[in-house]
Write a protein that binds this ligand. Structure first.
Ligand code: GDP
Ligand code: MG
Length: 303
């Protein structure tokens, strides 16, 4: 099966931007599969997640980097290391800002701390244009030219699917000529275990509030096929929380909350994996799990 890859382009794109600007929504829109967590709360993406967009003449490999975080714990340090390494291994940086919010102090910090530290072409995606008046777009672009020497400015709406094709075409221009780097069937290199854990964690996020969602880590302990039914997956997963009262919240009255989380996660997993799923969820208290290096490794935060 011989294919001529003349004029083919392939390369890495690091997505940067403060929490909540719509990076995960954009990535999910482009790749077309739910890969990274989308939620109304900031800082829900902890891991570097790789999504591959296959096009007839190009392959774009996206690195979805977590928002810049502050804190001295190991988790934060490991997250920040992955942000920097994501940027350094990229061919292009795609910075996302929120059109409605405009340039915030945090956005400018990202420019200072990352864009100005690495010498890579950067594209600015001005997201959520569905939320602003049309005549406000141009002034925002003008303002952006003063903040950084972006190669391109692309106003988009990740949710309304506006101008996404244009963004993809723009990104393609900055990729090196190269044959595809990943096989066609690969959407993510995230191991199945982590993929499943992220989906469970998202459901915890959507159902809990305040500090509880941030205290949660999910570890998928085992994935087995049903002994008689190959179309069945039996998944055992542990939800780690930092405090005893968080455990109570996640389990809920008569186990109602855990049931709800489990049901939502199971439904999505069945849809995504195309199999029946038995999901066994356990809740364990592990104080300061964010400082537990072996556990962090196990959870995929530290390579
Ligand atoms: P991230 O933290 O940068 O990954 O942001 P998310 O993708 O999680 O999005 C944060 C919030 O913004 C979510 O509630 C999204 O539904 C919302 N959002 C993302 N893109 C758009 C958009 O184009 N328009 C509007 N109106 N909302 C958006
Ligand atoms: Mg995100």
């Amino acid at each position: 099966n011989f294919q001529n890859y003349e004029n083919f382009r392939a390369g890495f794109v690091a997505i940067v931007g403060r929490p909540n600007v719509g990076k995960s929504t954009l990535l999910n829109n482009i790749i077309g599969t739910k890969l990274s967590i989308v939620s109304p709360r900031p800082q829900t993406t902890r891991m570097r997640i790789l999504g591959v967009k296959h096009l007839p003449d190009a392959q774009i490999i996206f690195l979805d980097t977590p928002g810049v975080q502050k804190g001295g714990d190991l988790l934060t340090k490991s997250v920040m290391e992955s942000v920097v390494s994501g940027i350094e291994s990229a061919d292009v940086i795609l910075m996302v800002i929120d059109a409605e919010a405009g340039w915030t102090k945090e956005d400018k910090e990202i420019v200072e701390n990352y864009l100005k530290k690495v010498n890579k072409p950067a594209i600015l995606a001005i997201n959520k244009i569905d939320k602003i008046k049309r005549d406000l777009v141009l002034p925002l672009i003008e303002e952006s030219t003063k903040i950084y020497d972006f190669k391109e400015f692309v106003p988009i709406s990740a949710i309304k699917n506006l101008n996404i094709d244009e963004l993809i075409e723009t990104i393609k221009k900055y990729l090196p000529e190269s044959p595809p780097l990943y096989p066609e069937d690969q959407i993510t290199d995230l191991p199945l275990k982590f993929y499943i854990a992220e989906i469970i964690r998202e459901k915890v996020f959507l159902n809990t509030r305040q500090e509880v969602p941030y205290s949660v880590a999910v570890e998928v302990e085992s994935i087995k096929e049903g002994e008689k039914n190959k179309n069945l997956l039996i998944i055992d997963a542990v939800i780690y929380v930092e405090k005893e009262n968080h455990k109570g919240i996640i389990i809920g009255k008569q186990g109602q909350m855990l049931k709800k989380i489990g049901m939502q996660a199971r439904e999505e997993l069945e849809f995504l994996l195309g199999k029946k799923v038995h999901l066994n969820l356990y809740v364990k208290v592990k104080e300061r799990w964010k400082e537990d290096l072996p556990l962090l490794r196990e959870l995929g935060y530290n390579q």
